[in-house]
Design a protein around this ligand. Structure first.
Ligand SMILES: [Zn+2]
Length: 270
């Protein structure tokens, strides 16, 4: 059998090869507009923050390109724009994460992990908004909660230290946000849940998925017993919705295995 026919055989039944990640998730680092953001912009670029996020999304087959962009915004924020299919992550937010990452011993994260964890979680959260829009996924309940749930589920699926550190980072971020703000009427009216609620929601999903691996949710995060009792069901509900509405033809299972291996070998997980 010649090489050509071997190659043909290999292709029988195989799914069409996905274009490279760099084409499916192009990354853009805009020049920072203020000198105060120059250092953080350089750091994000040097650490390949957006490229790493794109690699973690390689399993996801979206019918359109999703651009991941870092930019100056004048505020600490991140969002997905459905008109342009761009996820923007603001240098100001990265700056906040880096500044807030010092001496966070309670969650057992190094300074670097305490900045990278929230970054990855927010990028997954914004990508969740993109998934809902691009795949026209029906959402019951608040989309902001659904985006947190999907981000948490994807993190859990990546497994191991990678999952654990990203979710510890997300919990840390919500805890810090809630400590830094005095709640006002606007917060109750907001489309987002309260930071303190989002904190417990992340802990509950993690603990519900695997109370052994994520024992820290109770031990460190103080997830109350009353809430914890229903967390396995909460997790199962999210998992069922995601399986029925999103997985299937939108997830490349072989790529998912590779992404998991990559996550396990990443500096963040080691
Ligand atoms: Zn959101």
């Amino acid at each position: 059998m010649g090489l050509a026919s071997l190659a043909c055989l290999a292709l029988v039944g195989a799914a069409p090869k996905l274009p490279p990640v760099s084409e499916r998730y192009p990354v853009v680092y805009e020049e920072p507009t203020s000198p105060s953001m120059a250092a953080v912009a350089a750091r994000m670029k040097e650490k390949r923050a957006l490229e790493t996020t794109a690699e973690m999304l390689a399993f996801l087959k979206l019918p359109r390109k999703l651009t991941l962009k870092a930019a100056s915004c004048g505020e600490a924020n991140a969002w997905y724009d459905a008109e342009t299919d761009v996820v923007t992550f603001c240098y100001e937010m990265a700056d906040d994460f880096i500044r807030g990452a010092s001496a966070e011993e309670r969650f057992g994260l190094t300074q670097e992990q305490a900045a990278a964890g929230p970054f990855l979680f927010i990028m997954f959260h914004e990508t969740a908004h993109a998934i809902f829009a691009i795949l026209d996924v029906p959402v019951l309940g608040r989309e902001e909660d659904a985006a947190d749930q999907l981000a948490t589920l994807v993190a859990i699926r990546l497994g191991g230290n990678f999952a654990e550190r990203m979710l510890r980072g997300a919990a840390l971020m919500y805890q810090r946000d809630s400590a830094a703000r005095k709640i006002g009427e606007d917060d109750f009216a907001d489309m987002h849940g309260l930071d303190r609620q989002r904190y417990y929601n992340v802990l509950c999903m993690a603990w519900g998925a695997d109370p052994k691996q994520f024992a820290w949710a109770q031990e460190v995060g103080h997830l109350p017993k009353d809430r914890a009792e229903g967390c396995a069901e909460e997790f199962a509900q999210v998992q069922k919705a995601v399986r029925r509405l999103i997985t299937g033809k939108n997830v490349d299972q072989a790529a998912a295995v590779r992404v998991k291996e990559k996550a396990a070998k990443s500096k963040f997980a080691r």
